[in-house]
Write a protein that binds this ligand. Structure first.
Ligand code: CP3
Length: 348
């Protein structure tokens, strides 16, 4: 790693770039043998809470693929844990938060007073990672969106029907707004800490905003992310909002003030560009399962996305959601090479 690579930041600010930058959501993770090797010795939460280990796994995909940005290794669920819920990651079952947050009384028990102290291990990891990167590529910090965090806090675990969050929303909307308000404060303070510790950009993952009916999306998710963007506007640090749920969410987030919007794979990139390309940079949006496909298919799908921008700045290549654990690593190398090669031609 040598030389400074500002491609990712320049693309966000629509400054000239000589190619389209690429990183991928969940780029540090189980599809990498070197990650598996760390995980065979330490459990997931230990990796998150040990700055040396978090640094090592953050850097693994940068070393192997030369991505144009690193992303802090952590998890969105460290915030609910810091607020008082018990967090576990069960092998093959994903995360579990307990007890569930079900009503106003449960919400009143949650604490954010010392959130920075409880999450200080994240600040230490950021300092260590940015020291190691030493400006070679930018470091992205992140958080879950208030609505997505509230979803895990009420459901307690991944869910199909989102019964508990919706029950709270329709039976006691004031209580849910109280929880979301508390989460905005927690997220803004947490991201401020990450920025002060050295991240160059932040991304808010709103994985579940799209389960809301469109007329309630702004009230329960978009509006709270807009508040976070405003709280962070005092820093010189671009914010990306990634909501999964199609073109309507891009339309609703257009006026959030975010410098970049993440586009999921179910949204047509040309539609996203026509809808929000004037006000924000766009990130995405290759269907993550394209990476199971042949080289010809991967190349064809990459070109389809790159052609929407055709050499213009304002696009960061990414998947439309996280990479899956059984994607072959050589397909990822091929993806990175293809994005580099094809986008360089379009930028001439
Ligand atoms: O992108 C990166 O490389 C940075 C690391 C990162 C992780 N989680 C590591 C992780 C990021 C940005 C996240 C965000 C996250 N975590 C989200 C939002 C983005 C998304 O994918 O929708 C959500 C919803 C979570 C909560 C979470 N964490 C779930 C539902 C799971 C289980 C599902 C799964 O993929 O296993 C996790 C576990 C998790 N987070 C792993 C990793 C690498 C796998 C844990 C392991 O090593 O066993």
């Amino acid at each position: 790693m040598h030389g400074k690579n500002y491609c990712y930041l320049n693309a966000i600010y629509k400054k000239p770039v000589d190619r389209t930058p690429i990183w991928i959501m969940r780029q540090a993770g189980r599809y990498l043998p070197e990650y598996q090797s760390v995980r065979s010795k330490y459990d997931f939460i230990t990796v998150c809470k040990t700055p040396e280990l978090a640094t090592e796994v953050t850097l693994q995909p940068i070393r192997r693929f030369g991505f144009d940005a690193a992303i802090l290794f952590s998890d969105i669920l460290v915030i609910p844990e810091a607020m008082g819920q018990h967090l576990e990651f069960l092998e093959n079952h994903g995360p579990k938060l307990s007890p569930r947050i079900l009503n106003g009384m449960d919400i009143a028990e949650l604490k954010i007073a010392d959130i920075e102290a409880k999450l200080s291990y994240v600040g230490e990891a950021v300092e260590m990672i940015s020291g190691e990167l030493n400006g070679t590529v930018p470091l992205i910090g992140f958080s879950g969106s208030p609505f997505t965090l509230a979803t895990y806090m009420t459901e307690g675990k991944p869910t199909r029907n989102f019964k508990y969050i919706k029950k709270l929303m329709y039976s006691d909307p004031k209580a849910l707004h109280k929880l979301l308000d508390l989460l905005v404060q927690a997220v803004s303070r947490y991201l401020s800490m990450q920025i002060k510790s050295g991240v160059d950009a932040v991304q808010v993952f709103d994985t579940w905003g799209g389960i809301l009916p469109p007329h309630l999306y702004w009230e329960f998710s978009g509006n709270y992310m807009k508040r976070i963007v405003k709280d962070l506007s005092k820093f010189n640090c671009p914010v990306t909002l990634f909501s999964k749920g199609g073109i309507d969410l891009i339309r609703q987030l257009k006026d959030s003030g975010a410098q970049m919007l993440g586009v999921d794979w179910m949204t047509d990139m040309q539609d996203a560009k026509s809808t929000a390309g004037q006000v924000a940079a766009l990130q995405g949006n290759l269907d993550p399962t394209v990476l199971y496909g042949s080289r010809n298919i991967i190349k064809k799908e990459v070109i389809k996305i790159l052609e929407v921008f055709n050499g213009e700045s304002g696009h960061v290549f990414n998947l439309g959601h996280g990479i899956l654990p059984d994607i072959p690593v050589d397909h990822v190398s091929f993806l990175v090479d293809t994005v580099r090669e094809m986008s360089m031609k379009m930028h001439q």
